[in-house]
Design a protein around this ligand. Structure first.
Ligand SMILES: [Mg+2]
Length: 186
């Protein structure tokens, strides 16, 4: 672990990285969605070696920082975070809408075709397949033990999101025999 005073800054984007942003933009002070799965565990890990600075397009807008603070109070109350109005001088940034520059200027088409991780085909396909599977399940269950299909859909979607992160190596210590629905096992 690096001593507090010498920690480098990790700049952390908010929407699409911390906030799952499933509902899209609802205003700088309106943050309706759940965290991206595994967020709290990742932030707990990062805070050991970094000053984590949350910097988002919300940061300069009326009520934006306050709303993000409140949201983190609910979803990661034990993580030490800073909220800056200016982009911090960071060692590295985590952002869902960026390309890592490697000295080669990307083509316009590459930039125009850019999609963040949660808008890529595979991700949508999983969500769609999940919805299809549940619709079939529901149709075959006219007796109605499957009340609350919405909630069930939500649960399955969370599991898919969890495994998506897991496949990307973002979930640690998963016991394959025990799927963790909330991804927040510590
Ligand atoms: Mg973002």
């Amino acid at each position: 672990m690096i001593t507090e005073a010498r920690k480098p800054i990790l700049c952390l984007d908010f929407d699409g990285v911390c906030h799952s942003y499933e509902s899209g933009w609802k205003g700088a002070d309106n943050i309706p969605d759940a965290p991206v799965y595994g967020m709290r565990n990742a932030l707990k890990r990062y805070e050991k070696d970094f000053r984590i600075v949350v910097f988002s397009s919300r940061s300069k807008q009326e009520g934006g920082i306050e709303a993000m603070r409140e949201w983190f109070e609910i979803h990661a109350p034990d993580v030490d975070l800073e909220f800056w109005e200016e982009k911090p001088p960071a060692l590295v940034t985590i952002d869902d809408r960026a390309i890592t520059f490697d000295g080669k200027w990307p083509e316009n088409k590459t930039l125009l075709d850019f999609k963040p991780w949660n808008k890529r085909g595979e991700h949508l396909w999983k969500k769609h397949a999940c919805g299809e599977a549940l619709a079939t399940l529901h149709a075959n269950n006219p007796g109605g033990v499957l009340n609350g299909t919405e909630a069930l859909y939500d649960s399955v979607w969370k599991v898919l999101n969890y495994y998506h992160n897991d496949a990307a190596g973002q979930v640690e210590g998963r016991d394959p025999a025990k799927p963790v629905v909330d991804g927040e096992k510590s």
